[in-house]
Design a protein around this ligand. Sequence first.
Ligand code: SF4
Ligand code: SF4
Length: 343
Amino acid sequence: MAGTKVTVVICQAQGRNPVKRQMEEDLLTALITEPGVDVSLVPHLYDMPSDHTGTLFLKSVPGNLVVLGWLYERATRWTLDRAGVRGQEGTSLIVSERDEDIDEEDRHEPRGIGTVDVPDRKLYCLDLRVRSDAADYVNEIKRIVDENSVQTVDLMSFINGSPKRAQLQRYLHPERQLEARRALDGGSTALADREALPEDTRRRWYPVIDYTRCTNCMECIDFCLFGVYGVDALDRILVEEQDSCKKGCPACSRVCPENAIIFPQHKTPAIAGADGDVGGIKIDLSKLFGGDDGTSALDMAVKERDQELVLDGRAAVGMSVGVGSRSHDEFDDLMDDLDALEF
Ligand code: SF4
Ligand code: SF4
């Protein structure tokens, strides 16, 4: 049945953190009965492959969309973009502290190549780590519904109408499907079994590109020696072989001149997609992308890449390959210039 509803999708946290699971359950329970809202739950956004039911569902939403996840808003937005889920950026009143710290005039003016095929609908991304009370998110979603509801189809068919308790539990506890599978098999469930499950959501690690920042300079494709990057039919950079990326390594994010490469699960906020500025130079980039001990971002990146090469049984290359047109000294000079600017 058609209606004027906003679709809300809650993306689950990785792991079994009971506090996060409770937040997801509270949100789902509150939003199911909320007029003007179609709510669904999918596994962790970053881990879902392109053919996962949850990804396909997100792609099928035609109208305004609110996506809540355990990632920085920017990381969620560009992970969605990678999956082909796009929209005009909706402004949420719930933003991370880091975002709030940035004055409007200091915000980054987009100078990247931008994304393509953006439909005329709003896409709101909310970080579930910002508030601890589900009611804050419910109120914000009500505000969004009031502000901007459009015609959509009834999408609850994805989980067969209002979810029954068993359905809710299945989505809240996907690991139990694995236990059921083990019982059926009558034996242990190895990793291969987990990978063979049709709804594979094993943890992943790959770069996500923010195209409002990316200038298509190709520094990343030159730097990465593991075949992760490629170009599309329009010669735009893209992450082509995401699972070839080395788990835990964020090296190319440190060499991207525009800080356009996000690793949503990295512990450093700037690398994980916290909304720092480049054009406004609000933040000391050399400290954010380099080491705590003052190691430059480029030195860190080269070291990390060499470690991965050696682990692969290949020879370390140091600064001799793929550090682009910018020499080591030039990079450090740029960082010194940024540091010297006063705000
Ligand atoms: S290095 Fe950064 S700006 Fe350059 S193509 Fe790669 S992602 Fe885009
Ligand atoms: S983190 Fe390393 S392996 Fe992964 S894309 Fe960047 S340079 Fe390549």
